[in-house]
Ligand binder design. Structure first.
Ligand code: SF4
Ligand code: SF4
Length: 173
């Protein structure tokens, strides 16, 4: 007596015999799959230099200029922000993650400047719309920085000084 999905039945022939052949075929496929896995495993162990993977973070990927990395604020020649606090970037941002506090500026050719400028990187979706909307090329996403790691939520809210001092070498400082 044997058991099938329909209950106990004899498997001396017919459907029972076909089931056993199917099971045997399935086992062969498992063994064949394991052999392929082991072949790749052993090959990769001894040919690691040909693998399309990187020893990150010791090896770092090269990105094209189209990568939208962490933002930076551009500076004028005197080191002050090029931003005129027009709020265009904050207005267009779909994630509502830019906060700007404007202040009157004493310089004759600058009406306003940002007293504070914050971006909440946890909310940002890296769409680049803030860069597109800026009328004076004051914000860019060309730092090459794609790594975001911190041990508190507050650390992801980057301020004006942080953004002014981001560089384009892709190094997360
Ligand atoms: S990249 Fe997009 S989501 Fe991020 S701050 Fe700019 S507009 Fe907002
Ligand atoms: S759009 Fe440009 S100039 Fe206007 S607030 Fe944003 S960064 Fe500053």
């Amino acid at each position: 007596m044997a058991y099938s999905v329909h209950g106990p039945k004899a498997v001396s022939g017919g459907a029972g015999a076909r089931l056993r052949r199917g099971e045997a075929f399935y086992l062969v496929e498992i063994v064949r799959g394991m052999a392929i896995t082991m072949r790749h495993l052993l090959y990769n162990m001894f040919h690691s230099s040909t693998m399309p993977t990187l020893e990150y973070p010791d090896e770092r990927p090269e990105h094209g200029p189209w990568l939208r990395g962490r933002h930076r604020l551009m500076k004028r020649e005197d080191g002050s922000p090029r931003c005129v606090a027009c709020q265009m970037c904050a207005t267009i941002c779909p994630a509502d993650c830019i906060s700007i506090l404007a202040q009157d500026d004493d310089r004759p050719d600058v009406e306003k400047s940002p007293e504070s400028f914050e971006i909440n990187l946890l909310r940002c979706v890296y769409c680049g719309m803030c860069v597109e909307a800026c009328p004076c090329d004051a914000i860019r996403m060309d730092t090459g920085i794609f790594e975001l790691a911190a041990d508190s939520r507050e650390a992801f809210i980057v301020d004006r000084e942080f953004l002014l001092n981001n560089t384009t070498d892709g190094v997360n400082r």
